[in-house]
Design a protein around this ligand. Structure first.
Ligand code: DP6
Length: 351
């Protein structure tokens, strides 16, 4: 194999996996990482994690022996989460019974950027670890490999399963969409040209760690007073968005995208243990984006993940107009801006 280093008992692989931004949000889960509603996201390009995984001889009696390095330094906290994940899925990675793994992970975006990194990290980890399993079984990296990698990524972090596919990916069972599954994501392939190479400018409003983790946020949906309506709404919107993407209906895209962002945060604000993640800068940016759209007839909109940072989405052909607006009118609001765009999915790298 051209891009794999193999000695008698050592296999080394390297994968790059991008992050993604949800248009319809996954918020609420049950059982073993089963989403309470379907979601649909845009896969990014410049925001990614690279993982180099090496299988080698064990030096301890640990059931799973993992050395996890992040940006060159041993990271015991995240390493423990990854080791637990590997132990829970040992039947998929049976080589861990006999061998140890060293993972070197790094992100393209600054650590303090406030970008959710678990999607790209677990995407890359799942791809690398499954690639090793496939090599040992002498199997091809075919469509089934990516489907299984998506399933394994989901078990690490729900949103990670969507990062395995290019452009637009959908995750979660949906009565209106035949091949949708709770287990893995699928690519949404019917995309109108206006939504191709969609741009995402990520405004970093705040770069401190979140007060409330996504894990806690998801759990607050368990006894949320509006949970049932929310899950029904998200499923309906996911199905609508599939048609909107195929038809090129930009106005409906904007409507769903912005309402989803506000609904996600409304869920946080209305849960029994309520909390707030938006900051004054988030609100100012949102208002300016809406005003700019209205005054200039430019189809640009915002979305949010579980934090204060603002993602600005716009079709490729409006790149110049929107970037001028961001640089001129939003510059006092953000600490940093990362210009990203639709990506082609994960990549196996040579070592
Ligand atoms: C708001 O995938 O980070 O970004 O499954 O607990 O790892 P875990 O949660 P995570 O949740 C992401 C939530 C979101 C919306 C989304 O990406 O769909």
């Amino acid at each position: 194999m051209g891009n794999t280093t193999e000695t008698t008992n050592q296999i080394k692989v390297k994968w790059r996996c991008p992050s993604n931004i949800a248009i319809v949000k996954y918020w609420g889960k049950k059982g073993i990482q089963i989403p309470c509603n379907s979601s649909l996201s845009l896969t990014l390009s410049n925001s990614y994690t690279e993982v180099e995984a090496t299988l080698h001889e064990k030096t301890t009696l640990e059931s799973v022996e993992l050395n996890y390095y992040f940006e060159g330094e041993l990271n015991e906290k995240f390493g423990k989460r990854v080791a637990d994940y590997l132990a829970d899925n040992i039947e998929v990675f049976p080589y861990l019974r006999m061998g140890a793994v060293t993972i070197h992970s790094s992100n393209s975006f600054p650590h303090s950027a406030g970008i959710a990194s678990s999607a790209s990290a677990f995407g890359a980890i799942a791809l690398a670890m499954l690639d090793i399993a496939y090599q040992l079984e002498e199997k091809e990296l075919d469509d089934d490999f990516y489907r299984r990698a998506s399933e394994m990524a989901r078990l690490g972090s729900g949103s990670a399963c969507r990062s395995i596919f290019p452009s637009y990916a959908l995750w979660g069972q949906n009565d209106a969409i035949e091949d949708a599954s709770d287990d893995y994501a699928v690519e949404v392939t019917q995309i109108h040209p206006i939504f191709k190479d969609m741009r995402d400018a990520i405004l970093i409003i705040e770069d401190e760690p979140k007060k409330v983790s996504s894990t806690i946020g998801h759990s607050l949906m368990n006894d949320h007073p509006f949970a049932a309506q929310r899950f029904t709404q998200a499923n309906k919107r996911t199905a609508e968005l599939v048609d909107i993407l195929a038809e090129g209906d930009v106005d409906s895209f904007i409507h769903i995208c912005e309402s989803e962002a506000l609904t996600l945060h409304a869920m946080m604000m209305t849960s029994t243990d309520y909390y707030l993640l938006v900051k004054p800068g988030t609100i100012t940016a949102i208002e300016k984006i809406m005003q700019f759209r209205l005054e200039n007839m430019v189809p640009v909109c915002f979305t949010l993940d579980a934090g204060p940072n603002v993602h600005i989405l716009y079709p490729d052909k409006y790149q110049e107009a929107v970037e001028d607006f961001i640089n001129d009118e939003l510059k006092d609001i953000y600490k940093k801006v990362i210009f990203d765009h639709e990506g082609q999915g994960p990549q196996k790298l040579s070592i």
